[in-house]
Design a protein around this ligand. Structure first.
Ligand SMILES: [Zn+2]
Ligand SMILES: [Zn+2]
Length: 374
């Protein structure tokens, strides 16, 4: 029987070790991928710290792209209903079943009762090759697997999950044609939200973030102006600098909060214009504590709307793939590091620290279990 390797994390803040497992023969309706790349994101860094729910020991890696190695009897279709074949490149992640009470009656698909295997958050004792940090990814739960064929190189396709998160954010706070948006934060979610908001009709975009290399990339994604938080350290100064960049100093029509720190919230709200401004928070996936907030001056007096966005729906992943295939965003510059399985621990350290790896700023780190990918 063929075997393959995967990086297994024994416990929160524990040790990654490379373990060898038998490669399963895919059961009816399931698909086995040979992994090309698995992205590393803040959720993985939080899973490592024990701040995000996972089943230990765990094989992490939820941002996956690979090539179909084998298909169970009866064949398989992708989300758009296209027949899948051995050799097809697909993106894959866990989704909801769409048929249970939580999905339909309660309209809470995040609580879907049929999602027993969660790719990137499950244990090899529950399901073999259940995460992307392995040579194979076994999509063993057909009812809750989202798969889509993609015509893009692996180093672009691997970005599908954060791009879908950004697509969800822009869908929930769609900029009107000609409007001004501010993106607070210049990580992957910030840059993708910026790029998609521009595509969706924003006439002017301002990015607040750092370091300088990321702000350069922000300009490639469509920022007209950038505010470097390493240079302007005082939040009030930053608010003034942002307002200076908006037409008439009126403030932004839409602010996308993509920082992931609740301390940044109040500042983000202050970028908003008076009258029908919308603030959408997409960065705060984990609980980062409470902040001071004045509902009279910051919400009611401004006639503002506050919107939260977590994760994505399947339609957002379909949109993300279309945007990767049409090549309008400079996505090919995002993956800054491709690392072998043995270096997963270093990737987590970089994400939980300074984002420096091998002497360079990390934009997006990807694990390449089967060697470097184009
Ligand atoms: Zn992610
Ligand atoms: Zn369900």
């Amino acid at each position: 029987m063929a075997t393959g390797r995967a990086a297994v994390l024994d416990q929160p803040m524990g040790t990654f070790s490379i373990e060898t497992f038998n490669v399963p023969d895919p059961a009816s309706g399931t698909v086995l991928l040979r992994q090309e790349l698995a992205g590393c994101c803040a959720t993985d860094a939080h899973t490592y710290l024990g701040m995000w729910k996972a089943e230990f020991p765990v094989i992490m890696g939820h941002e996956n792209v690979g090539v179909i190695e084998a298909i169970g009897s009866g064949g398989a279709l992708d989300f758009n209903g296209r027949e899948l074949h051995v050799g097809d490149r697909v993106i894959a992640r866990s989704t909801y079943c769409g048929t249970c009470y939580e999905c339909r009656g309660a309209r809470q698909p995040r609580n879907c009762r049929n999602r027993k295997v969660q790719y990137g958050f499950s244990s090899p004792t529950t399901a073999l090759f259940s995460g992307g940090y392995g040579e194979y990814l076994y999509l063993s739960s057909p009812m809750t697997t989202f798969m889509l064929k993609i015509d893009a190189p692996p180093s672009v396709a691997v970005l599908h999950e954060p791009l879908a998160v950004a697509a969800h954010a822009v869908r929930k706070a769609q900029p009107r044609l000609g409007s001004t948006v501010v993106v607070q934060g210049s990580g992957a979610i910030g840059l993708f939200t910026l790029g998609l908001a521009r595509q969706a009709g924003a006439a002017r975009a301002i990015v607040v973030g750092g370091p300088a290399e990321r702000l350069e990339l922000a300009q490639a994604f469509g920022a007209d102006a950038v505010v470097n938080i390493d240079e302007l350290r005082d939040p009030e100064e930053r608010v003034r600098a942002v307002l200076d960049e908006t037409p008439g100093r009126l403030g932004a029509d839409v602010v996308y909060g993509c920082v992931g720190k609740s301390a940044a919230w109040s500042e983000g709200i202050d970028y908003l214009r008076d009258g029908d401004g919308r603030f959408l928070e997409v960065g705060l996936a984990g609980d980062d504590g409470e902040v001071g907030f004045n509902p009279a001056t910051q919400l009611v007096a401004k006639n503002a709307s506050f919107i939260g966005a977590l994760g994505m729906a399947d339609e957002d992943s379909v949109a993300a793939v279309a945007m990767m295939e049409n090549k309008r965003l400079p996505l090919e510059h995002m993956v800054s590091h491709q690392l072998p399985l043995e270096r997963v621990g270093e990737a987590m350290e970089a994400l939980n620290g300074t984002y420096l790896l091998d002497g360079r700023t990390a934009f997006k780190i990807a694990i390449a279990p089967n060697g470097q990918m184009p």
